[in-house]
Design a protein around this ligand. Structure first.
Ligand SMILES: [Zn+2]
Length: 440
């Protein structure tokens, strides 16, 4: 079955043709906690991956970590930390949020600081090929050299005013954007050597390089929040296509904002809430995931505390309908679920269908449970059969540590932890979906 998605580039719902999907998500700048508006976008990336896998696609998922940029330099100076220490600490918070929200870890999470060499090579070639030039404060991409610039955002370049004047006065056009910023005193030593002058990369080139290095010249899907369409994604396309001479991305998928009191939730407006705050107020993190799924990703979602606590009630009621025994998945419902979720990720209707299963008196309780668990492979609401074996917290912590050791390829440590778990009377199995803990 084909998954169909709304492609921002064509403004139409199109099938994902290639069944080996290369998918890139713009990741966070790790200078602060992610707010729940950012997390909505990451939850939808996860739903997209799970939907593709449910429909039989093979997915290679990459999300970058931006660990060098203006905001990072300013924040590190303010907190008296090195940029690296700041980045590592907020990256860990983000990965913890991912765990709380049942977001699968992407297959690769490249870091911008590790890829600077590749960015320098890209910029060198863009200069050589006449797409970029050196100005007083950095290297700029010459937008007029790019064909179809602004197609993604449907920009009307002729009608555009010259309002975005940013950067050097000797830029050839106000639209030209920085690929590289030469070192200044405010940079606090956050600079790298390059043939065209010591400095640091612009944000846009970071994604172009990391996407190409991890997934190749042309990828199937690239996602982000709607605020990234312009200038970030528009500029990524211009650089990447000038560099390779090939199409950069086949499908662009963008998630709408979380709104609060009629305004976009954002750090700059100071109206943002974090997952940590939700948890401190006693809200289960997966209630936030349920709340997110209640709105289609292309519509704005209006955050209220009543809304998210209503979602919590609904989620716990839904989980309460799962029985101890697991029967067989009802194929009629499975077919309907596939049809709903594979057409542009219609999560509100998918949730409604889960409730239809719950209310269907013709289904036995074990079959309802099996069907809901099948849906949950995509929804990721952490539904577990009631009275399922309760694994003690200390065993779960050990299992998590073992998982980390395995990810770091520390096989010795991973074996030691496995033995410890065995000694405590539990065994751990490695399955396709990750670790499974069982009482011996
Ligand atoms: Zn990006």
């Amino acid at each position: 079955m084909d998954v169909r998605l709304f492609n921002t580039l064509s403004r139409a719902v199109e099938p994902v043709v290639n069944h080996e999907v290369k998918m890139y998500h713009c990741g966070p700048t790790v200078y602060d906690f992610a707010h729940i508006g950012n997390l909505r976008s990451f939850i939808m990336n996860d739903i997209l991956r799970r939907t593709l896998e449910y429909a039989g696609y093979e997915v290679k998922q990459v999300m970058n970590i931006t660990d060098i940029d203006d905001k990072m330099i300013a924040r590190a100076a303010k907190e008296g930390l090195t940029i690296n220490a700041l980045a590592r600490s907020y990256e860990n918070y983000l990965l913890a949020d991912f765990k709380f929200l049942n977001i699968l870890t992407p297959h690769k999470t490249p870091h911008a600081t590790v890829h600077v060499g590749g960015m320098v090579s890209m910029i060198e070639k863009l200069i050589r090929d006449g797409f970029a030039y050196i100005a007083t404060d950095g290297v700029y991409f010459e937008v007029d050299k790019s064909k179809d610039y602004g197609a993604l955002a449907h920009l009307d370049l002729d009608a555009e005013t010259e309002s975005r004047v940013e950067g050097a006065l000797d830029k050839k056009s106000h639209r030209d954007f920085a690929l590289w910023k030469f070192e200044t005193q405010e940079d606090n030593g956050a600079a790298y050597d390059a043939s065209f002058g010591r400095g640091r990369p612009g944000w846009h080139i970071e994604c172009s390089e990391m996407s190409r290095d991890t997934l190749g010249d042309t990828i199937d899907i690239h996602t982000g929040g709607v605020d990234l369409i312009f200038p970030h994604h528009t500029n990524e396309i211009a650089q990447s296509e000038a560099f390779t001479g090939k199409q950069f991305v086949k499908m662009w998928v963008h998630t709408e904002f979380v709104m609060i009191d009629g305004q976009k939730m954002s750090k700059s407006l100071g109206n943002h809430t974090t997952l940590k705050t939700l948890i401190e107020r006693g809200i289960h993190p997966l209630a936030y995931r349920y709340w997110v799924l209640g709105t289609h990703y292309r519509s704005k979602a209006n955050f209220t505390w009543e809304g998210v606590s209503g979602a919590e009630t609904a989620l716990s009621r839904l989980a309460g309908h799962l029985g101890e025994t697991i029967g067989t998945v009802n194929l009629e419902y499975k077919k309907r679920f596939s049809e709903i979720i594979t057409v542009d990720l219609d999560t509100p209707r998918a949730l409604a269908l889960a409730w239809e299963v719950v209310k269907d008196d013709t289904l036995s309780s074990p079959d309802k449970t099996a069907t809901l668990l099948d849906f949950d492979q995509v929804l990721g609401l952490g539904l577990v059969p009631l009275k399922n074996e309760i694994i003690p917290e200390n065993i779960k912590v050990l299992a998590r540590l073992r998982d980390e050791a395995r990810k770091n390829k520390d096989w010795k440590k991973s074996d030691e932890i496995r033995n410890e778990i065995n000694e405590l009377g539990y065994e751990i199995l490695d399955t396709e979906k990750g670790q499974e803990i069982k009482k011996k």
